[in-house]
Design a protein around this ligand. Structure first.
Ligand code: MSP
Length: 501
């Protein structure tokens, strides 16, 4: 049994949850569910990032305190994740006392090790990024990502001596080739390091909305410097050494491509400076675009998960993003594409397989499901689906895992069409075909469950299988022949009624 620790970025509380945030979270959830199914011990962390100038200003503009804003928006994220059936084990908020304790312990350690020093900083600052830019990076005085006017700031700050970590980072990238995936993003991160690293200003005196610096209370830590530490606060850094040793460094950080520098350069360097291992892996995904643009408050192109769930249901929502938006490249969201995928994969393939099998079992076998044949032609197809989807989930490729699973669904439908059990008289031949189809459905329910948790639990129930699907473990449970036969099969309503475009 392995251990799998997966994290999402923690989301800023100045923005309501949209399908971009939900994309990362649903992918993390599916990976967590897969690893639980595979028998791994799993810890899945998400949460909200609540400090910094941006949050403070948004709160001021709304006439509330930063804490009120944080409480309000953090609750909205938790609500959205509940709606989307996100099975996180912990939801961290950076304003919690436990986080202050870990941040202060971690940064004090780096300070004591001599890698944090006081100096004056002047530069161009983007409040949306919470980051400084050089003249060369700025586009006509504006932020290259947000397009907003950069502000000139000058502060007496503490600096993290990132420049000292160039070689150690390069050595780490050399030693761990899959530390950052996909390889295009690894190259991007390596590019940042090879350009040369500058020390980073990690404290602010211009705001009080942050974690106080333990050795100098005029300063609070810069929001990114407290935010990254959330990943170790939640597993007991500085408070529970045993727990920390259990979960670190077997972590997989899932992030969007705009925060590569923080996660793939700063964070591993901070870990090295504090004397802990860098994270095991960072998985980087592209943006979800709407009309070719990144979603943002200013572009007024944000879509809330709840709007799509109202039309498609929770599982179909999850399925669409997992199946159609591979990790890595940017992908344009399209409502029509979502309807098409729903109709082909969920209504026609999966829904149809279950409903035709249950209907024929009802008609030809009096509602009692027969057992599969050990030498069914579907057995090899199921074994291939198991092997291919396992390999795909292991390399964090949900789209490929689902494609492999749907191959089994399509073959099972083709098998029924070739044998036409609905036309034959009741008897052993019909029973054998139906038993095979029921077994294929049982295996599909297992393999598709990380994407479609409630649908698969319902299929499990309708097949008459005892126990909870969540208690099953692959690969054992997905071996051909597990459907015992003699179980009551329930017809029920269509799982995915067809939608018109
Ligand atoms: N608070 C920081 C992260 C700190 S992690 C220690 C932050 N927050 S964010 O709310 O602005 O964005 C968080 C993540 O949301 C992004 O990295 C990305 O994973 C996801 N997305 C936000 N908009 C997105 C899209 N339009 N498309 C896909 N993912 C997007 O950055």
């Amino acid at each position: 049994m392995g251990r799998f620790y997966v994290t999402t970025p923690i989301y800023y509380v100045n923005d309501a949850p949209h399908i971009g945030h939900a994309y990362t979270t649903v992918v993390a959830d599916a990976l967590a569910r897969w690893h639980r199914l595979a028998g791994d011990e799993v810890f899945f962390l998400t949460g909200t990032d609540e400090h910094g100038v941006k949050i403070q200003r948004t709160a001021e503009a709304q006439g509330i305190t930063p804490r009120e804003l944080a409480d309000r928006t953090s609750a909205r994220f938790a609500e959205a994740w509940k709606l989307l059936d996100i099975s996180y084990d912990d939801f961290i908020r950076t304003t919690e006392p436990r986080h202050y304790t870990s941040v202060q312990a971690f940064l004090q350690k780096i300070y004591d090790n001599g890698d944090i020093e006081l100096a004056t900083y002047e530069g161009l600052y983007c409040v949306s990024c919470e980051d400084y830019y050089t003249e060369a990076q700025a586009v006509d005085g504006h932020c290259p990502i947000h397009g907003r006017q950069l502000e000139h700031l000058s502060e007496d700050n503490y600096f993290f001596k990132l420049s000292r970590y160039e070689q150690r980072l390069l050595d780490w990238y050399d030693a761990v080739p899959d530390a950052v995936l996909p390889p295009t993003k690894r190259n991007e991160a390596l590019g940042f390091i090879k350009q040369g690293l500058q020390d980073i200003s990690i404290t602010r005196t211009s705001t009080r909305w942050g974690v106080p610096v333990p050795w100098d209370d005029r300063h609070v830590f810069y929001v990114w410097y407290d935010a990254l530490i959330n990943y170790i606060t939640a597993i007991g850094y500085g408070t529970d050494d045993e727990r920390f040793a259990t979960w670190w460094p077997v972590v997989h950080h899932l992030i969007g491509k705009e925060i590569i520098r923080f996660h793939c350069v700063w964070w591993p360097a901070m870990c090295l400076a504090a004397g802990i291992d860098p994270p095991l892996q960072v998985l980087v995904h592209g943006w979800l675009l709407v009309g070719g643009e990144k979603m943002s408050k200013t572009a007024l192109n944000q879509i809330a998960p709840a709007d799509l769930v109202a039309d498609f249901g929770v599982d179909a929502y999850r399925y669409h993003f997992l199946r159609d938006k591979p990790l890595g490249p940017d992908g344009d969201f399209s409502y029509e594409g979502m309807v098409a995928r729903y109709n082909s994969d969920l209504a026609n393939n999966l829904g149809n397989l279950l409903s035709r099998v249950a209907t024929v079992v009802d008609k030809k076998c009096g509602g009692t499901g027969p057992a599969p044949k050990p030498d069914s032609p579907l057995a090899a197809v199921a074994a291939e689906a198991l092997a291919a989807s396992t390999a795909a989930w292991e390399r964090a490729a949900p789209n490929e895992a689902l494609e492999a699973t749907w191959q089994l669904i399509r073959e099972a439908n083709a098998y029924l069409e070739a044998n036409e059990p609905w036309k034959a008289d009741p008897g052993p031949a019909v029973e054998a075909v139906l038993g095979d189809a029921l077994e294929a459905l049982r295996i599909v329910a297992l393999l598709a469950s990380p994407a479609l948790p409630s649908t698969c639990a319902e299929i499990w129930r309708r097949l008459g299988l005892s126990g909870a699907l969540d208690d099953q473990r692959v690969p054992e449970a997905a071996a051909w022949g597990g459907y015992p036969g003699g179980l009551r099969v329930e017809k029920g309503d269509p799982l995915f009624p067809r939608l018109s475009a």
